[in-house]
Design a protein around this ligand. Structure first.
Ligand code: G4P
Length: 533
């Protein structure tokens, strides 16, 4: 292959960053961008907190969406690498969105607040990260504040997320007595000096056997770190890069993003350990990213990012080769050759029309309504499809209608748009004659986002009646039944259709699922839809 294309792909690193709200993801991202020279001062990525935290969490998410051009994907250069950061929403109700974003990433960085550990509302989000089987790096942040015991933090990550951990460095004290970290590879102390309120940091290296160390760290800290290191060296996992690459072992770093402590060493080590663009599975087998022929898949669609323009942008991850502006590509699902309109990349806050991009990069293109999540684009002549992005089974259901019947057209337009973005799923009741739709979501906050978006983007108010269904099953063999109404089901089981006209059953309990299967011998149910997204 052309050596310049090869070296461009080799220097790509594409990762997703996930965290609990407030754990410090924005601050850490900002510091990365500062090191990369992509921005000049902190506070540029997002506005001040007071402006951002409007009413509640979902408003915050909505806000993030509003400026998501700047915050959802960012590219910058650092130390010869070309880095793509994918931002994810920090709430488990959006874990499906996070999963899709992870599909576009080759590794993930998990930011954890040292005083809180793994928090309830992100447990599911982090598990989704482990499910994807890509390398996961943990940054335990806010060591300049009182933290939990670091051994407990690691135990918690291991037990709750089912992943082993390897501390790359180890904290010395925390909060007011935070003195720095011990670098286990260098076997050296990097000390932290809070600088007169300016929150700057002085890093200095010193050997653990250095006789002056007890003076620098204080007697107690010194004794603790010597004990901790002995314990770590004796008890913790060996560092195994293979296990890291498979997502079985997470390298853990301690630091403080706000004060800049430990951020650059983290970035440097992370970049060495994280892989260049990984091969992807397609209907033609594995596609090598270094294959010169361009290919990509759509992992995210977002409409109305800019209300004034009513634009819709499809985000795609380039999986192989080089993309060049104005050359023809092939949209496999649409079976059509096309030119991608206004291909753009995001550099901190700037949207920039690009001339070229490489495997590993994320580009956004203007979408006139032809793309769906999971679609594949190739070089004309290639017809393979990348493996689809799975849909999560909704866990909450509500009957939704618009309050003003004259606005029904707007309502359906808005709902369909949001369905295409993959933010909700909709179902209809085939035999009931109801005009409303049943909306299914993975997390309750998605209902609020739906309400908010319909009102703000489509000027439609909705009525929502929550339903008590919790389980959904697709009927795999609906064609075997003359009339599905004749199935023997409990009275609280509902037959619905999805937007591809597949039949499904909604259940209020697992017991009812078993009942349906026992009473209807021929009935075949599956937990995931046959329909590809
Ligand atoms: P998020 O994107 O994960 O939601 O978190 P974000 O970076 O916005 O950080 C949340 C709060 O935590 C911010 O404070 C931020 O300054 C603070 N923070 C981040 N990293 C550290 C750290 O290493 N140490 C300490 N002590 N604080 C940290 P805020 O007061 O809520 O907002 P702001 O007004 O500073 O923006």
């Amino acid at each position: 292959m052309n050596p310049s294309i090869k070296s461009e792909i080799e220097r790509r690193r594409t990762f997703a960053i996930i965290s609990h709200p407030d754990a410090g993801k924005t601050t850490l991202t900002e510091k990365f961008l500062l090191y990369g020279g992509a921005i000049n001062e902190a506070g540029t990525v997002k506005g001040k907190k007071s402006d951002r935290h409007a009413v509640s969490d979902w408003m915050e998410i909505e806000k993030q969406r509003g400026i998501s051009v700047s915050s959802s994907v960012m590219q910058f250069n650092y130390s010869g690498y070309c880095i793509n950061i994918l931002d994810t929403p920090g709430h488990q109700d959006f874990s499906e969105d996070t999963y899709r974003t992870l599909m576009a990433a080759d590794s993930a960085v998990m930011v954890i607040d040292a005083s809180k550990g793994v928090e309830n509302q992100t447990r599911k989000l982090f598990k989704v990260c482990v499910m994807r089987g890509i390398p996961i790096f943990t940054f335990i942040n806010k060591m300049d504040r009182e933290s939990r015991n670091p051994f407990d933090l690691l135990d918690q990550i291991e037990n709750e997320l089912g992943i082993n951990t390897y501390p790359v460095n180890w904290p010395i004290g925390s909060g007011k007595s935070f003195k720095g970290v011990y670098d286990r590879e260098k076997k050296a102390i990097i000390s932290f000096t809070a600088n007169g309120g300016h929150k700057e940091v002085e890093a200095r290296e010193a050997d653990l056997n250095d006789p002056e160390l007890a003076d620098i760290l204080g007697e107690e800290n010194y004794r603790n770190i010597v004990d901790d290191v002995e314990l770590l060296d004796g008890a913790s996992e060996e560092f195994d890069i293979d296990a890291v690459q498979k997502g079985k072992l997470s390298p853990v770093f301690f630091g403080s993003a706000l004060t800049n402590f430990g951020v650059e060493p983290f970035l440097e080590k992370f970049l060495q350990m994280t892989p260049p663009p990984l091969a992807r599975i397609s209907s033609d087998g594995e596609i090598d990213p270094f294959n010169e022929r361009f290919s990509a898949f759509v992992f995210k669609i977002q409409a109305n990012m800019n209300k004034a323009h009513r634009d819709r942008i499809a985000f795609m991850r380039i999986c192989s080769g080089r993309f060049e502006r104005d050359t023809e590509v092939f949209h496999v699902q649409g079976n059509k050759k096309m030119r991608l309109s206004q291909p753009q990349q995001l550099m901190a806050q700037e949207r920039e029309i690009i001339q070229e991009a490489y495997a590993g990069d994320i580009i956004g293109v203007f979408d006139p309504g032809i793309f769906s999540i999971g679609d594949t684009l190739t070089t004309p002549g290639d017809k393979f499809k990348y493996h689809g992005i799975p849909t999560f089974a909704p866990e909450h259901f509500a009957r939704v209608s618009c309050t003003d019947t004259f606005k029904r057209k707007q309502f359906m337009k808005g709902i369909n748009q949001i369905v295409q973005e993959g933010a909700i799923q909709i179902f209809t009741e085939p035999y009931s004659g109801y005009e409303e739709v049943i909306v299914g979501v993975v997390g309750m906050l998605q209902f609020e986002v739906l309400e908010y978006r319909l009102k703000n983007e489509y000027n439609v108010e909705i009525r929502r009646e929550n339903l008590s269904y919790e389980y959904i099953r697709w009927i795999d063999n609906a064609e075997d039944f003359e009339d599905l109404h004749k199935l023997t089901l409990t009275s609280d089981t509902k037959i619905v259709q999805d937007f591809k006209n597949n039949y499904l059953l909604l259940f209020t309990s697992e017991w009812n699922i078993r009942w349906a299967l026992e009473k209807n011998e021929k009935l075949k149910l599956s937990e995931f839809g046959k329909a590809e997204l």
